[in-house]
Write a protein that binds this ligand. Sequence first.
Ligand code: HEC
Length: 133
Amino acid sequence: MKIKFILFMMLIGSTILLSTTASAESSMSVQDAMRAAGKATFMHRCRACHSLDPAVNSFGPSLVGVVGRPAGTLARYVYSNAMQKSKLVWTEENIRKWVENNEKLVPNTRMRHVAITDVAEQDFLIAFIKSLK
Ligand code: HEC
């Protein structure tokens, strides 16, 4: 009787362990999938002007570490006056507004107009940009 109880508890314990491991794995792969989808958008819509190398500014500034950075402050990149005076910080919310309509957020910016209006696509793009450290 006692042994059966102990076996039962062990079984429950391992089931709980297995299910938490499994859910941790599946939530990680959701994150991975979001980043991968965001990367595809980035390569298609942003990469022509933004490097993935923190040391390289091309036509646009490098976006490595941009989340949390004050706008227009990367050394060795010459921003428009509009961007330097914007006083924005690149929070997730501001990045969302920026990719939705950059000219509305910062009138007279030098960045060509982008309009990524799909919220899911914005989420994916932000997930990818956040991973650029
Ligand atoms: C045609 C070139 C071009 C494309 C395409 C482009 N950008 Fe830009 N981006 C720029 C330029 C130029 C600036 C600097 C703007 C300024 O100084 O007014 C900039 C600035 C930025 C900034 C502000 C960075 C900082 O250091 O303050 C962010 C964030 C940004 N871009 C994100 C994106 C994202 C995300 C995409 C893709 C959806 C994208 N850009 C597509 C040219 C581009």
